[in-house]
Ligand binder design. Structure first.
Ligand SMILES: Cc1cc2nc3c(=O)[nH]c(=O)nc-3n(C[C@H](O)[C@H](O)[C@H](O)COP(=O)(O)OP(=O)(O)OC[C@H]3O[C@@H](n4cnc5c(N)ncnc54)[C@H](O)[C@@H]3O)c2cc1C
Length: 420
């Protein structure tokens, strides 16, 4: 039996930030997770709010938050809480030597590997286009054998987008030497560029193939470590600006952010239990006493004063559903869903904004504790975060990592301060 001040369940962005916030509040923290979460398949950018409910692009997220309904997680927590979470995140990344760019005042439009532009608020410096406006020549870089990536598609799409129209586009290919017949992933290439030899070889090839002063768009492959070393070395060697494109999984930029958080949490003394599915909880008098891992033959209880459940909703494994019903997986808390399953989704899957099922989640109080039928906290010391919360469709709004950051920070702080 172990005793902690706070136990966080889930190691996606919500859980990682919750654990960091709880330690910052002075708590002794344990983190338990069965897997890595969606951070490693998304882009690692913090998309706070890209589109409003009518589907219009949002230029200034801070201003647009005021128009969100009160039951939206941002509406519930308010702008000061959103700003506090962003400040905490930016300070943590900067202190780790991997500063992010951006403020809540303006969205940035990032070029993607599909040749589109996507809105994001806080982004790694390697994805930031700021200062490249005057580049007349854009080289879209390819890597020999890289799967699921077509530079022609990037050029075809971007050459029609604002900021890129009228520029001259070309391609160049770098060969990492993996040999014929071997497919490479972005992660393989990032590991190659982690090494001094890989960076030297890549720089030699780039120097022969890049026109001076061009803007280079490349898949997210600039090293797995959160330190910008590969980016700085290659920019210094070529004299060109290098910008990573968003959007080819596995997302190396997400890997970097996860590595940064795990290193930070280890330094803070957080006990990290990976591959540890939480299968249940011990609850008495409206309080959680412990979470349970393992099956009956290897059952373990972990006790704490407060808990953050950041298990990712339906996609992360935090919810279970049956025809006409759904519940949260650890405590069995019911979700308010229509009994008629056909009402869960709009037949026009991509056209409808937002999708009903995407907004399903737990109703909570201001401290993100689930509320029962009487409107009061059903579990006084349990706080939820991320897609476990009701009231938003992150895919439609482009708010996934934004809500994860803000709710994870708020839940971790509330748990760490023992607000119960
Ligand atoms: C393909 C894809 C791309 C995306 N791209 C972006 C993007 O570019 N920008 C953006 O802002 N958002 C993006 N999102 C959305 C964003 O990733 C998520 O909304 C957000 O990161 C959710 O974080 P989370 O930590 O709450 O949940 P998750 O990342 O789902 O993590 C849940 C965690 O809980 C653990 N878990 C679940 N059940 C249990 C259990 N019983 N016991 C122990 N552990 C458990 C899981 O193993 C995991 O560690 C993307 C999502 C997807 C699916």
């Amino acid at each position: 039996m172990n005793n902690y001040d706070v136990i966080v369940v889930g190691a996606g962005l919500s859980g990682l930030i919750a654990a960091a916030a709880a330690t910052a509040a002075g708590a002794k923290v344990m983190l338990a997770a069965k897997g890595a979460g969606t951070l490693t398949i998304g882009s690692g950018t913090i998309d706070l709010l890209g589109y409003d409910n009518a589907g219009r692009p949002v230029a200034a997220p801070a201003a647009a938050l005021a128009a969100l309904p009160a039951d939206h997680p941002y509406g519930k927590l308010g702008l000061p809480a959103v700003q506090a979470a962003a400040d905490f995140f930016l300070a943590l990344c900067a202190a780790a030597g991997y500063p992010y760019c951006g403020t809540l005042a303006a969205n940035r439009w990032l070029p993607t590997a599909a040749g589109t532009l996507k809105p994001a608020c806080l982004v790694p410096a390697t994805m930031d286009l700021a200062g490249t406006e005057d580049a007349a020549h854009v080289v879209v870089l390819a890597f020999a054998g890289l799967r699921d990536y077509r530079p022609e598609m990037v050029i075809e799409g971007l050459s029609r987008r604002p900021g890129f129209r009228g520029k001259h586009f070309s391609t160049a290919v770098v060969d990492a030497g993996f040999g014929p017949g071997r497919d490479a992933t972005a992660l393989d290439l990032a590991r190659w560029l982690d090494s001094d030899a890989g960076r030297r070889e890549c720089a030699e090839q780039l120097k022969k193939r890049l026109p001076p002063g061009c803007l280079v768009l490349l898949p997210p492959v600039l090293g797995t470590r959160p330190d910008y070393q590969a980016w700085r070395d290659l920019e210094a060697a070529t004299g060109c600006r290098l910008v990573e494109l968003a959007g080819i999984p596995p997302a190396v930029t997400g890997f970097r952010l996860r590595a940064l958080f795990l290193a930070h949490l280890r330094r803070q003394g957080v006990a990290i239990h990976e591959q540890a599915p939480v299968t249940g909880a011990v609850v008495a008098n409206g309080r959680c006493l412990a979470v349970v891992t393992g099956q009956p033959d290897r059952r373990r209880e972990y006790r704490a004063g407060a808990f953050v459940i950041a298990t990712g909703g339906f996609l992360g494994g935090g919810f279970e559903s049956a025809p006409g019903a759904a519940c949260e997986s650890i405590f069995g808390l019911p979700l308010d869903v229509p009994a008629d399953q056909l009402a869960w989704s709009e037949p026009r899957l991509l056209a409808a904004r937002p999708q009903p099922f995407a907004r399903f989640g737990l109703e909570t109080d201001q401290d993100l504790r689930p509320i029962g039928a009487d409107g009061r906290a059903a579990l006084a010391n349990v706080h939820f975060a991320g897609p476990n919360l009701a009231g938003y469709d992150y895919s439609c709004e482009k708010s996934g990592n934004g809500v994860a950051l803000v709710s994870g920070y708020h839940a971790g702080t509330a748990a760490g301060e023992g607000r119960a």
